[in-house]
Design a protein around this ligand. Structure first.
Ligand code: HPA
Length: 292
């Protein structure tokens, strides 16, 4: 009897935690709807990672909402940019663009990292195109180019789905056999061909950071089958797939790491090289949006 009671109470607490996340996300959605034309909803969501900030200016905005104004959005740390959500039209499509994201290495929980993705999924986004800056592990890669993510390895030691599952959002054990949408990947390849863009394809491994990899870690990541390493995206992808959304991801190759001849990586070099990928990334994103 007592055991039953404690089980019931535990179940209620767990359900309460899950509902809290739902209530918070719905509150954010209500706030965003209040800022938008009636019935307007994004068809696709994009994250403007390092090197893609230029794309933000090409959006015809209906609303630009600072993260600090959106109820439930994590408060930004000193190091991270404040961030804003841009809602408007790009490439003829209604889109929601997240300019600025939350990383585990800043101290956010996995749930905080994926909160914006869940909010945009609830707002109506059916497809997500993520972008990031990454270190190349394939020595044939050149900095300044873009890699289409074909698959990922979650090496962060975190998962946003840990804890009670919210059945309204998705399954307890979501399938990850086809995480990256084959149709969106084909679209990316087609746009690359049409635009004359060199597009690598490969496996993205996400680590927690913020320290960069040692030569031994770089060798390990390469040997385990990764082509590029970074500190974002994977948790967001998991949350979007949990909710059944279509997902694609593009990595700006900011540096290439050779474990046998490891060079010191300067943050400025990462940002400069990621920005060099910016023009290709922007063309790929726009071409993909036009096709979703
Ligand atoms: N390692 C991890 N994250 C990164 C790198 C890297 O070399 N370059 C850009 N983001």
């Amino acid at each position: 009897m007592l055991k039953n009671l404690s089980q019931i109470i535990t179940a209620m607490i767990f359900r309460g935690i899950a509902m809290e996340a739902l209530v918070r996300a719905e509150r954010a959605v209500r706030h965003l709807r209040s800022r938008l034309p009636k019935n307007w909803q994004p068809q696709a969501a994009v994250t403007l990672g390092t090197g893609l900030s230029g794309l933000a200016e090409e959006i015809e905005p209906f609303a630009v909402v600072p993260y600090a104004e959106i109820p439930g959005f994590p408060l930004s740390t000193v190091e991270s940019h404040a961030g804003e959500l841009i809602l408007g039209n790009l490439a003829g499509r209604p889109v929601a663009a997240l300019a600025g994201r939350f990383h585990l290495y800043e101290g956010y929980s996995a749930q905080e990292v994926v909160f914006p993705v869940r909010v945009l999924a609830l707002l109506g986004a059916q497809a997500f195109i993520f972008s990031n800056a990454a270190g190349g592990l394939d020595l044939g890669m050149a900095p300044g180019r873009v890699m289409l993510v074909r698959d990922h390895i979650n090496l962060t030691g975190r998962n946003p789905l840990r804890g009670p599952n919210l059945d309204q959002w998705g399954e307890r054990f979501p399938d990850m056999s086809r995480t990256y949408d084959p149709g969106l990947m084909d679209l990316a390849r087609r746009v690359a061909r049409q635009e004359g863009i060199i597009l690598y394809e490969g496996v993205y491994v996400s680590v927690m950071g913020p320290s960069l990899e040692t030569p031994a870690e770089t060798r390990m990541l390469r040997n385990m089958g990764a082509d590029a390493v970074g500190m974002s995206t994977v948790l967001e992808v998991i949350a979007a797939r949990h909710m059944g959304r279509r997902v694609a991801a593009l990595s700006a190759i900011a540096n290439v790491n050779d474990p046998d001849d490891m060079e010191a990586i300067a943050l400025e070099a990462i940002i400069d090289n990621a920005a060099r990928s910016g023009a290709d990334l922007a063309r790929l994103m726009k071409g993909m949006l036009a096709g979703v």
